[in-house]
Design a protein around this ligand. Structure first.
Ligand code: FES
Ligand SMILES: [Fe+2]
Length: 389
């Protein structure tokens, strides 16, 4: 019996997950515990793809900035005086010191080591006592800018710089979600942060199936949105969209089964009735409802941990309506408790079971875990032979 965890996937395990959906199995143990695979995922799934770093509403005013870490890349997100958004490395061009931490509003980033200073667009503004240095051109010196795209208000970075444009990848998703006008939604609160002690895929996989309504959400989602009514709308190798199916109770047209907030006015009747969960691979998770969009952003921190930020995006009219203050508070608390009381305990138990030497790849529910199967194929294709011994 092995006493250490598998660091690699065997060809037999890989073959099991690559079978057609009706015959396929889940990912093997190494996918959830191996630091070798964690590093391969960082390179092949995150750094070479588009990764969500923030929502535009987190930088409402010129001068606002926000630090974001993507694996070993400390980044700085700013809004300049022309209202343009910049995303750059925050390692100083003199000796690498991080020129900012946290978030705030500023005109200038002054490096704490030798006081080089940078503007909101990353250009070097001043470098003291550098005038006798040969061939040092201050004007051409700037914090390294990253390739970014803003899609529906979500800011993405592609660190490798060579991914297919994000808008092209998300054309189909754009059509499905057009009526939500997500770029106009604003957060109802400060993001809630969680240091999740399990592999990032256990969390993201829960946005690929509503099968777990039968267990984790038996009291919350299952009565209104039974697992058996869920169905995949689209799954493309870049993202997936899963519908919960129409609400079962006549009054329960909100995702939480009844707490009334105004609907997003541009939605059709059918769109109001069927919540969806969306996963833009690899790190943006959205719960699409009639009156709000739940926004989950995750970043893996090790094979068995990830950072998670939760927010609730709502129409500005809703968030600014004083009469709705209590209803919004109730909704946000409800959404938080679904994560903390329903999902988190099963995620933790799942990780503990997967770590067991007795864990074996189990079978998938057909067709309810189709999106999960699609994601597993993408995972295996992208990682290729790097995960094999
Ligand atoms: S490291 Fe930034 S000024 Fe020296
Ligand atoms: Fe869940």
């Amino acid at each position: 019996m092995p006493l250490t965890h598998n660091q690699f996937v065997t060809t037999e395990q890989l073959a099991k997950l690559r079978l057609p959906l009706e015959e396929a199995c889940n990912l093997p143990q190494a996918a959830y515990v191996s630091e070798h695979i964690f590093r391969q995922e960082a390179e092949q799934l995150f750094l070479t793809h588009w990764v969500n770093v923030a929502h535009v509403s987190q930088l409402p005013k010129p001068g606002d900035y926000l630090c974001v870490d993507i694996f070993d890349y400390p980044l700085l997100l700013t809004r300049d005086n022309n209202n343009d958004i910049h995303l750059m490395s925050r390692a100083c061009m003199h000796k690498g010191t991080l020129v900012a931490e946290g978030s705030g509003n500023t005109k200038l980033f002054v490096c704490p080591f030798h006081a080089w200073s940078y503007g909101l667009d990353g250009r070097l503004k001043a470098a003291p006592l550098m005038d006798k240095v040969k061939n040092f051109d201050r004007k051409n010196c700037r914090l390294r800018e990253m390739r970014t795209e803003i899609w529906e208000g979500f800011i993405f970075v592609n660190i490798s710089g060579d991914a297919e444009p994000l808008h092209t990848q998300l054309t189909g998703l754009q059509k499905i979600l057009a009526n939500w006008h997500m770029a106009d939604l604003v957060p109802a609160h400060e993001a809630f942060y969680y240091d999740q002690r399990q592999n990032w895929k256990i969390n993201s996989e829960s946005f690929l199936e509503a099968y777990h309504h039968l267990g984790a959400h038996i009291k919350t989602f299952q009565p209104t949105y039974p697992a058996a009514n869920s169905y995949p709308i689209e799954s493309t190798g870049k993202y997936s969209v899963l519908s919960f199916g129409p609400a079962q109770a006549a009054s329960a047209t909100n995702i939480d089964g009844g707490m009334e907030l105004p609907f997003i006015q541009t939605l059709s009747e059918a769109e109001r009735l069927e919540p969806m969960v969306v996963f833009v691979w690899p790190n943006l998770l959205l719960g699409i409802g009639a009156d709000q969009v739940a926004y989950y952003r995750l970043m893996p921190t090790s094979a068995e941990s990830h950072d998670l930020w939760l927010n609730d995006l709502m129409p500005r009219n809703t968030v600014e309506d004083a009469k709705l203050e209590q209803a919004i508070r109730d909704r946000v608390q409800w959404a938080r408790s679904v994560h903390e009381s329903d999902d988190m305990p099963v995620f933790e138990r799942c990780q503990s079971g997967i770590r067991s030497p007795f864990y074996e790849q189990g079978r998938l529910s057909v067709p309810y875990e189709r999106c999960l199967w699609e994601f597993n194929q993408w995972w295996a294709e992208r990682l290729g032979e790097r995960i094999l011994k």
